[in-house]
Design a binder for this molecule. Structure first.
Ligand SMILES: [Zn+2]
Length: 293
């Protein structure tokens, strides 16, 4: 799971969402609001205007994803569904809220998260309360880490040094709010039990390391011939130009490779844990600007 760089929605779109939300909120009781939310959501693209507005909204959510449209929960698969972080069943009041959306993949949305959600019990702020299906949420204190407003890396760390490529919980004490948020997020989204994700993270670590190593080698090259030897034909431009211009161009291409690759959390963890990874640290010392990629 990765924190999203949320952007502001255009005023006309925001107003459109607010109008839809107001229609939901007018309902006199929870069952009515829930029905209305479902109906309006399912028919959101049935008018020409709705279709255009949601196209625009979806484009903005795509821009906020990591990699090339990767899911914000698993960071692996293509993100296509507009996902309500707070499910609209339990939270009809958040059905048309911009800050409640992210783009998720089918697997995360339809196999793992579904409409499950837990909040901290209002009677005991450290007790997890799983909202029953079809019931109204008693509070909005989300147990799931909310990637629109929270940084998952504040709660979790990825075991790279031990090479398990599974997430571990940063909080040491089980009873704490931070521990519960971390463990519930891992459990709900299956982030550690989906083997495909675990091996994809391992591959990502290898990919990032090799790209960073190449970046450092490009910086150190002392001739055009040396660069030609180093770089694959897909990265090398047709016209080579001068050594320093080519170095700049190739370094930028490698930076883009790193930014466009899914599993941004793995990259961020390589940065965060670099002191524990001597060979990675060496590369970052040679290319400190890569810390800001
Ligand atoms: Zn996913």
């Amino acid at each position: 799971m990765i924190h999203l760089n949320s952007s502001d929605l255009a005023a006309d779109l925001l107003q459109y969402l607010e109008q839809k939300q107001a229609q939901v909120d007018q309902g006199p009781d929870y069952p009515t609001r829930r029905r209305k939310a479902n109906h309006l959501w399912n028919s959101k693209r049935s008018s020409q205007e709705g279709n255009a507005k949601f196209d625009q909204l979806q484009t903005q959510l795509v821009d906020m994803t990591i990699g090339i449209q990767s899911c914000n929960y698993c960071e692996n698969n293509e993100a296509i569904d507009i996902e309500h972080i707070y499910p609209k069943g339990a939270f009809p009041g958040r059905t048309f809220r911009w800050d409640n959306y992210l783009l998720a993949c089918k697997k995360c949305n339809s196999h793992y998260k579904l409409d499950k959600f837990a909040v901290f019990d209002p009677a005991d702020s450290l007790q997890r309360y799983d909202i029953p299906r079809g019931a109204e949420a008693p509070t909005e204190a989300s147990v799931l880490i909310n990637p629109r407003v929270e940084e998952a890396m504040d709660y979790l760390w990825l075991d790279i040094v031990g090479r398990t490529f599974r997430f571990a919980i940063l909080a040491e004490e089980e009873g704490t709010l931070a521990f519960q948020k971390a463990s519930y997020t891992l459990e709900l989204l299956g982030l550690n039990k989906r083997e495909a994700l675990v091996s994809a993270r391992e591959k990502a670590a290898k990919y990032y390391f090799s790209r960073l190593k190449l970046y450092v080698q490009i910086k150190a090259a002392d001739s055009l011939e040396a660069l030609e030897e180093l770089v694959d034909p897909f990265t090398l431009p047709q016209s080579l130009g001068t050594l320093s211009a080519l170095q700049t161009q190739l370094c930028e291409a490698i930076r883009r490779d790193i930014v466009d690759y899914p599993h941004t959390t793995v990259w961020k963890e390589l940065i965060r844990q670099r002191e524990l990874l001597p060979r990675t640290l060496e590369l970052f010392i040679a290319a400190p600007e890569a810390l800001g990629f």
